[in-house]
Design a protein around this ligand. Structure first.
Ligand SMILES: Cc1ncc(COP(=O)(O)O)c(C=O)c1O
Length: 318
């Protein structure tokens, strides 16, 4: 059975025709899923928050970097169902917060900060903390980083159904997106398989190595197939990980990439973030656009715009 959602995303998102450095291509604007709630996370949260509501949780825990788009989206979206949010973030507290962290503080989310090494155990830290609250009679819902759960995958399974109804669908031979926690790529792959589509899914790993990224996506797809008893034949050859585009590290971005991002912005008005979409677009440009008149691979803009503010100096220096 298809799980229920609470309908917080502005759907369908438009598909924009773009020309950059002489190449024509399509962008699916998932940065338009909302304003405060912009980006890919909203599609997942649409389903996850319906489940949080059904389970009558008092607290919703989730984790991510201090500029996590998912954490910000969760903190804001949760207001609509009246659940308290506690964020477990990799980074430092500051009294002049920027970007996503600014919004987290503004909505009054409870925040705990961790160093990079402490953050490696974040799942067990959240479980321990939830046990303390459970002893006080509180119900806690733990949402893994990025909202990438078998339920969250429905956001991008549904994306494929949405795309099928859009007039550009027949021209799309592949979709390229940034990979962080895997739910977006996994949902796309499973959604395509359910439609018996041969569309290829290209994932640009900005966080994990390519081997781990492939395993994570595969596991998420298999868990979702099992949990929802889906009759589907998934062709894992349709998943391609484009590795090597985040060598500077998750929280950094090289000047050469920023140059491409700023040029795209100045020529089209489309702004990309430094952590995910910027790196994904750089990969997209090199793999599918450079020296070509057009591409049948669609670029998925997954949002993340507030992350730009934390790197405004780098953007202005280009
Ligand atoms: C803006 C943006 N794009 C892409 C991703 C990657 O999506 P996923 O975590 O589903 O792999 C994320 C989060 O991780 C994100 O915040």
């Amino acid at each position: 059975m298809i799980p229920k959602k609470i309908n917080i995303a502005n759907l369908p998102t438009p598909i924009q025709r773009v020309e950059f450095r002489g190449s024509k291509f399509l962008i699916k604007r998932d940065d338009y899923t909302g304003t405060e709630l912009s980006g890919n996370k909203i599609r997942k949260l649409d389903y996850i928050l319906a489940d949080v509501k059904k389970r009558k949780a008092d607290y919703l825990f989730t984790s991510g970097g201090d500029q996590s788009n998912h954490a910000r989206a969760t903190a804001i979206a949760a207001l609509q169902i009246g659940v308290k949010v506690k964020l477990f973030l990799w980074g430092r507290n500051t009294n002049n917060p920027d970007g996503n962290l600014f919004f987290n503080k503004l909505v009054g989310a409870e925040i705990k900060y961790f160093s990079k090494s402490e953050y490696e155990n974040i799942s067990s830290i959240m479980v321990d903390e939830s046990k303390r609250l459970q002893k006080k009679g509180k119900k806690v819902y733990i949402l893994p980083s990025g909202g990438s759960t078998p339920l969250g995958l429905w956001g991008y399974i549904n994306f494929m159904n949405e795309l099928k109804e859009q007039k550009e669908y027949s021209k799309v031979k592949g979709i390229l997106s940034a990979y962080g926690s895997g739910g977006t790529a996994a949902g796309l792959l499973l959604g395509a398989a359910l439609l018996k589509s041969k569309v290829k899914i290209y994932a640009v790993n900005v966080f994990d190595d390519d081997h781990f990224a492939r395993e994570t996506i595969t596991q998420l797809v298999e868990d979702s197939v099992a949990d929802y008893n889906l009759k589907v034949d998934v062709n894992y050859n349709n998943l391609i990980i484009l590795d090597g585009y985040s060598k500077e590290g998750y929280k950094n971005i090289e000047k050469s990439k920023l140059k491409v991002i700023i040029e795209l912005y100045k020529t089209t008005g489309i702004l990309l973030d430094p952590t995910y979409t910027g790196k994904a677009f750089y990969a997209y440009y090199h793999e599918f656009l450079k020296g070509r008149k057009s591409s049948s691979i669609m670029f998925l803009h997954t949002g993340g715009l507030y992350g730009v503010f934390s790197k405004r100096k780098n953007y202005l220096e280009v």
